[in-house]
Write a protein that binds this ligand. Structure first.
Ligand SMILES: [Zn+2]
Ligand SMILES: [Zn+2]
Length: 250
């Protein structure tokens, strides 16, 4: 810690579960000096990586916010990629909420019952992210924060630090005031804003969020996980909205 580190974030997908407006599901590629990882892994992941010529083999690990399909259903395809297309030898680690291993293995079995993900040519490692328990991978430090998106399962936001460079990712959630403190002076706050006016359940709505924005001190705020109405209004909000291919250099 104590050093400003160069970090690049590439938006690979920025839509809600419905690919609203024809945009792919959420996935973000984060590259620091020593680590390349994916933050969430929607089912359209391989499509968007290959469209942009991003080498799938470059990914060191994956961090999952919660186990809704639009955030983790890209994993079986990435694992399949590492078996056949880009054979992998080094371990592949998946970090996510409690229960992540059983869910990913069950999902893989459901999609490819005839291929075992128990005897892979590489080590598939899982690490549970417990709320409020910091964890470190290479030069990346993660603070998982539980958010009230799901009732019976744990949904997480993350504060990600590489040296002094900080990113806050909301995952999916309704607004919580803790984000004000969590994103204080952060270099990037990647914040979901699924809904514009019409409530979409346990998500953030623009009409509430706009009143909180003046309290934020992050250097850059980028809205993502945009639903149909949000996408339609994106150009007139006066706030940056994520779109595929956008590269944020921190
Ligand atoms: Zn979602
Ligand atoms: Zn969700």
């Amino acid at each position: 810690m104590g050093r400003r580190a160069r970090v690049d974030v590439t938006i690979l997908g920025s839509s809600d579960a419905f690919c609203s407006g024809g945009h792919p599901h959420v996935a973000y590629l984060v590259e620091s000096e020593r680590s390349t990882f994916l933050l969430d892994c929607g089912p359209t992941l391989l499509l968007t990586m290959k469209q942009r010529g991003i080498d799938t083999a470059a990914v060191d690990f994956v961090v999952i916010s919660h186990m809704h399909g639009d955030h983790f259903a890209g994993l079986p395809f990435l694992i399949l990629e590492y078996i056949y297309e880009r054979p992998r030898q080094r371990p592949f680690r998946v970090i996510g909420p409690p229960g992540i291993e059983a869910r990913v293995r069950a999902l893989f079995r459901a999609l490819y019952g005839d291929i075992s993900c128990d005897a892979l040519p590489f080590r598939l490692e899982f690490e549970e992210a417990e709320p409020e328990k910091p964890l470190a991978v290479g030069d990346v430090e993660l603070l998982p924060v539980q958010v009230p998106h799901q009732v019976d399962e744990v949904s997480l936001a993350y504060r990600i630090s590489v040296g002094d460079t900080r990113i806050v990712y909301s995952g999916d959630t309704p607004w919580i005031d803790r984000f004000i403190e969590l994103s204080r002076d952060a270099d990037l706050f990647l914040c979901e804003c699924t809904a514009y006016e019409t409530s979409m359940g346990r998500h953030i709505e623009w009409h509430s969020l706009k009143h909180v924005i003046p309290k934020l001190t992050c250097r850059r705020l980028v809205l993502t996980h945009l639903g149909r109405e949000m996408r339609a209004h994106a150009a007139e909000l006066g706030v940056e909205c994520a779109t595929e291919g956008m590269k944020i250099e921190l």
